[in-house]
Design a protein around this ligand. Structure first.
Ligand SMILES: NC(=O)c1ccc[n+]([C@@H]2O[C@H](COP(=O)([O-])OP(=O)(O)OC[C@H]3O[C@@H](n4cnc5c(N)ncnc54)[C@H](OP(=O)(O)O)[C@@H]3O)[C@@H](O)[C@H]2O)c1
Length: 283
């Protein structure tokens, strides 16, 4: 399987890059001798070296490493852009300076940054595929959206899909607008679950439970409920909720309060705010 993913230069060795690269190595979809990571922090480089991956300090050095791997493999490689959107204009010239003539696929994780904007900043022969992962990728339970942008060709999403399938579920979408929505729903999504957990733990403690009992109960409950939804036979959250909401019961009393407070409408507004912020950051 490892031979199928082209040689890969990963620009930025932060949380997302660690999840994707270390997850891909665990799953055997990535071959450590065909990956080079650039990060300016020695501690992060060490993490990758410990997994057998070459780690360098600058994006330019990663491109030189990629060119060497390409020559050895007789195959054009790809670039995974895993820096913050705000770093694009700083990093792009460093990549361009060592890019050479090859036309490569760039998998961009940059939230809110359109393919057109990324291609313009890079100014090299890059075919941009955008991907929007989330942090549960770290435990290979991620959800990653993937979209081909205007500069990419049919089939260019293949390596990205393989890469992210190693760390969870992959959702290929048709438009960049869909990817931006996925960023707000799934990229930020773990924070919604953590927010609910915090509120439930505080409420349990407020009603008299020792805090660590409330924490253990809520974490096990949300993890169990998530797993139940994830089972193929039981995916519909509405039906699962109805099944625990008996007429006149405790759960119905709670759900009535949530509905009266407009919690669903608030979540809708929160997702919209996330989409809007992504567009501001990527502009
Ligand atoms: N985290 C998420 O949940 C999530 C979800 C969906 C999408 N994304 C996207 O994934 C991307 C990466 O996110 P992240 O959370 O992994 O970011 P991160 O932790 O900040 O990782 C980026 C890494 O790149 C390094 N870096 C920046 N400029 C560099 C340069 N010129 N040379 C060498 N290294 C450089 C940074 O170093 P310094 O720390 O020293 O700056 C940092 O270690 C972002 O574009 C984000 O929008 C993240």
């Amino acid at each position: 399987m490892a031979e199928n993913i082209p040689p890969l230069a990963v620009i930025g060795g932060g949380n997302m890059a660690q999840a994707i690269v270390l997850g891909g190595l665990d799953a055997g979809t990535l071959d450590p001798s065909r990956v080079v990571v650039a990060d300016r922090n020695e501690a992060k480089r060490e993490l990758f070296r410990a997994a057998g991956v070459e780690a360098v300090a600058t994006p330019g050095d990663a491109m030189s490493g990629l060119c060497a791997m390409e020559r050895a493999a007789g195959e054009i490689g790809q670039v995974l852009l895993a820096i913050k959107p705000q770093s694009l204009d700083e990093v792009a010239p460093m990549l361009a300076g060592a890019w050479g003539d090859a036309e490569r696929v760039v998998i961009s994780l940059l939230a809110g940054v359109s393919g057109e904007r990324a291609a313009r900043a890079l100014g090299v022969a890059a075919r941009i595929v955008r991907a929007m992962p989330n942090t549960p990728a770290r435990i290979r339970r991620g959800a990653t959206g993937v979209v081909r942008t205007g500069s990419a060709k049919e089939g260019d999403t293949r390596a990205a899909v393989q890469l992210f399938a190693a760390v969870g579920e992959v959702l290929e979408v048709e438009t960049e607008t869909h990817l931006d929505v996925l960023g707000a729903v799934a990229g930020s999504g773990p924070a919604y679950a953590f927010y609910l957990a915090e509120a439930m733990i505080d409420a349990g403690e407020g009603a008299g439970l020792p805090r660590e009992v409330a924490e253990r109960a809520v974490i096990a409950t949300l993890a169990g409920a998530g797993e139940l939804m994830a089972r193929d036979s039981a995916r519909d959250p509405g039906a699962l909720r109805a099944a625990v909401t008996s007429r006149g019961g405790i759960t119905l009393a709670a759900m009535t309060v949530l509905d009266a407070a407009g919690v669903k409408e608030t979540i809708d507004a929160a997702v919209q705010a996330g989409i809007d912020r992504g567009r501001e950051l990527g502009a």
